[in-house]
Design a protein around this ligand. Structure first.
Ligand SMILES: Cc1ncc(COP(=O)(O)O)c(C=O)c1O
Length: 368
């Protein structure tokens, strides 16, 4: 008889599939790392802002000490930026940490979590990690069906995850619809509004979600420095919520979850408007470059509000894997999304114009 360790709900977890690292693809396919283009993890193609590099250099000498467990300076900078008190902020080791913290703080085994089909993979992981029941609501047009999600909330539900824009589909929900949803949710249910891609939204789509937490005591707004701010490798994200919610999240949070380099880099990046603007411009231009090419190739795609596009590369269920392999052989790493139930699709992060062009040429080749 084979022995099993751990609870059933932990053994049932399918591990997170990250984008393939460049070094791994180089080894596997006998390619030169320098020629590989990685558009697989929705990272910032400009890399780390210079302002953050300078800020990090200044704290290197102090790395023998633990980080500030309360992230005083970073929270002060965030409080100023978002016009909320500092004790409404929870820092995370990336915003994935915020999602996990929320699940641990608000949900226990046997209770339920609501999220959408085709929404970010970590919602399922966070739910399973606490032994909760997932209520996965069918998507509408590849995005969240908020009415169906509100209707799906049952007596056991303690948490709802909403991604806006959503990954991997790139769909966006306008402010009025989210507010209408928040007005329907029972106040005993926490809503995590995950806005990892918020900074890529055009001004007409931006709204003051951070201010909504004043009106909704059950709302947690989650943000990250991994995407628009170019700090994915440092792992820093944060949540904004009222103090009663923030207090519980901070009890679950590991005291030193955001390291000293990450805290310093994030403060610098937060104030680097030039870097953000350049990133947004590059993203908008890259999106055009992609969709014009997809139109030309007759490929269906989901209109995206993030820094990536979901494109359908065939109509059989091996299409995603097949085209992905053909791209890898040419040194282009993108993200197959079969694990999301989208086996005919690939998710491509928007890169620099030249990287986008390399991908598009490889895609044409791969499609024959
Ligand atoms: C919707 C969404 N939320 C959260 C994250 C987590 O990012 P991080 O942990 O780097 O902040 C991602 C990353 O891809 C994402 O797509």
């Amino acid at each position: 008889m084979s022995k099993h360790f751990g609870p059933d709900y932990v053994r049932a977890i399918a591990p997170y599939q990250a984008g393939k690292p460049i070094a791994e693809v180089a080894r596997e396919f006998g390619l030169d790392e320098a020629n590989i283009v990685k558009l697989a993890s929705n990272e910032n193609p400009f890399g780390v802002p210079e302002s953050s590099k300078k800020a990090m250099a200044q704290v290197v000498a102090d790395l023998g000490r633990y980080p500030d467990a309360n992230g005083f300076d970073l929270k002060a900078a965030l409080a100023k930026r978002y016009d909320v008190p500092a004790d409404w902020i929870t820092l995370g080791n990336g915003s994935n940490d915020i999602l996990e913290i929320a699940a641990h703080a608000f949900v226990q085994k046997g209770q339920a979590v609501v999220y959408s089909q085709y929404s970010f993979a970590v919602y399922a992981l966070a739910t399973q990690g606490v032994g909760a029941r997932a209520i996965v609501v069918p998507a509408a047009e590849y995005g969240h069906d908020l009415d169906a999600m509100a209707a799906a909330i049952d007596a056991d539900t303690r948490l709802v995850f909403i991604a806006n824009p959503n990954n991997p589909t790139g769909t966006f929900i306008p402010a009025a619809q989210i507010e209408a949803f928040l007005n329907q949710v029972p106040e005993t249910v926490i809503v995590v509004l995950d806005e990892a891609y918020n900074e890529f939204l055009a001004p007409e789509h931006q709204f003051e979600s951070a201010q909504w937490v004043r009106k909704y005591p059950n709302l947690v707004v989650s943000r990250t420095f991994s995407k628009a701010y170019g700090l994915a490798g440092l792992r820093v994200g944060f949540a904004i919520a009222q103090p009663a919610v923030t207090d519980l999240m901070n009890r679950i949070r590991q005291p030193f979850n955001v390291n000293s380099l990450a805290q310093a880099a994030a403060i610098a990046a937060l104030n680097d408007t030039v870097f953000l603007e350049e990133g947004a411009r590059n993203n908008a231009a890259g999106y055009q470059q992609f969709v014009e090419a997809f139109d030309e190739l007759g490929l269906e795609y989901v209109p995206s509000f993030g820094n990536f596009v979901l494109v359908r590369v065939g109509d059989d269920d091996e299409a995603g894997a097949r085209v992905n392999l053909a791209l890898l052989k040419q040194g282009v790493i993108v993200r197959p999304v079969g694990n999301y139930g989208l086996p005919q699709w690939l998710r491509i992060s928007i890169g620099l114009p030249k990287e986008n062009a390399v991908f598009l040429a490889a895609l044409k080749q791969a499609l024959g």
